[in-house]
Design a protein around this ligand. Structure first.
Ligand code: SAM
Ligand code: SF4
Ligand code: SF4
Length: 338
């Protein structure tokens, strides 16, 4: 690695993504295919999962290292009991400026109000199609479009800022790009298109299945012309556009065809408390062990700082059509939550 690349990789630590469960009520084919995550799959037992108190403690340690934004994810985070209690605990940490959640939205109708009251500010809701048949085929016959749309409306009514995430996979849902753009433009909810990624080892990813950022933008532009927007902040993952005629913005997360490793400022913690410095890492650093072995906050902070300073991750910058199969042991997306 040359000096220029090494310098680029000295990235600040700004965002922390916390997966609070590896379980999910969906089985999206691109994330948790039923053949692998079926009845015989061993999910983490509850004593191996970080408690709310441990998550709160770790979060405040990360805040002492510069983190300002927290995102709660999973698996499906709304499956975790008393989730609003956790949000309340995190929102009272000094220095936390923003708490967001990524969810499949199926249980949001029930929880939106309590989450907003507890201090959640934003929610990203995953929805890959408005067509019931295609949505069911993508999520393993588990979730209905209607319940996700109801969740979106309840979240918006509760005062949460809402964004929609749509993974686009060739031959599966590219025909939904324009209907989704139209539907969410009319309702003023920003839509983020996500290129299908080679996360984990179980989704059978092939480069040929990716619909590129360029193709996505071409389709959206043919529906209603768009123009680029400046990033909201340095290191923003989605490139943003607005409809020229007014109305909401859209964004594209182009990890495959236009990677952004040099500005990657996110740390990720899995439900069992491992720190991952990259979405495509093979293994993480066991923070649960540190939390449970009597170390002080300062000692744990020092270990985290050490890991972060030495990271040299740039998987997406180096990806080729063969990288995914060459690296056999990537962490699963349902463990670290995206
Ligand atoms: N269950 C929640 C949900 O679906 O929003 C949170 C966890 S999920 C792993 C987080 C995000 O990762 C979702 O927006 C999902 O669409 C995205 N995702 C999962 N597998 C993906 C893949 N192979 N490529 C691109 N995005 C993926
Ligand atoms: Fe579950 Fe989210 Fe993965 Fe779909 S993307 S299987 S909803 S964790
Ligand atoms: Fe960050 Fe890894 Fe994604 Fe690059 S591939 S942007 S280092 S998470």
């Amino acid at each position: 690695m040359n000096d220029q690349v090494r310098d680029q990789l000295k990235r600040p630590l700004r965002d922390l993504r916390i997966s609070i469960t590896d379980r999910c009520n969906f089985r999206c084919r691109y994330c948790m295919p039923e053949e692998i995550f079926g009845a015989n799959y061993s999910f983490l037992p509850s004593d191996k999962i970080l408690s709310f108190e441990e998550i709160e403690r770790l979060s405040s340690i990360f805040v002492s290292l510069g983190v300002k934004k927290l995102r709660i994810t999973g698996g499906e985070p709304l499956l975790r009991r008393d989730i609003a209690v956790l949000i309340e605990m995190l929102s009272s940490i000094d220095g936390v400026e923003d708490i967001a959640m990524t969810t499949n939205g199926s249980l949001l109708k029930k929880h939106a109000k309590a989450l907003a009251k507890a201090g959640l500010s934003r929610v990203s809701i995953s929805l890959d199609s408005l067509n019931e048949e295609r949505f069911l085929a993508m999520n393993g016959n588990r979730g209905k479009v209607k319940s996700v749309l109801e969740g979106i409306e309840k979240a918006s009514e509760a005062g949460l800022q809402v964004k929609i995430n749509m993974v686009v996979k060739k031959g599966v849902n590219e025909q939904d790009i324009i209907p989704m753009a139209r539907y969410f433009k009319e309702r003023n909810h920003p839509l983020r298109f996500i290129e299908y990624m080679d996360v984990g080892n179980s989704n059978g990813w092939r480069l040929d299945d990716v619909i590129s950022k360029k193709e996505i933008l071409h389709q959206v532009n043919s529906f209603s012309p768009i123009e680029p927007l400046a990033p909201n902040y340095e290191g923003e993952v989605a490139t943003r556009y607005r409809y020229v005629e007014g109305g909401e913005e859209i964004g594209v997360i182009s990890s495959v065809t236009d990677s952004f490793c040099s500005s990657c400022t996110r740390a990720r913690i899995s439900a069992e408390g491992k720190l991952y410095t990259c979405l495509f890492a093979s293994d993480g650093t066991d923070l649960r062990h540190l939390l449970r072995s009597g170390l002080s906050d300062d000692e744990i902070a020092e270990s985290i700082r050490n890991v972060w300073q030495h990271r040299s991750d740039r998987y997406s910058d180096e990806r080729t059509s063969g990288t995914s199969s060459e690296r056999q042991s990537k962490v699963e997306m349902s463990h670290i939550g995206g």
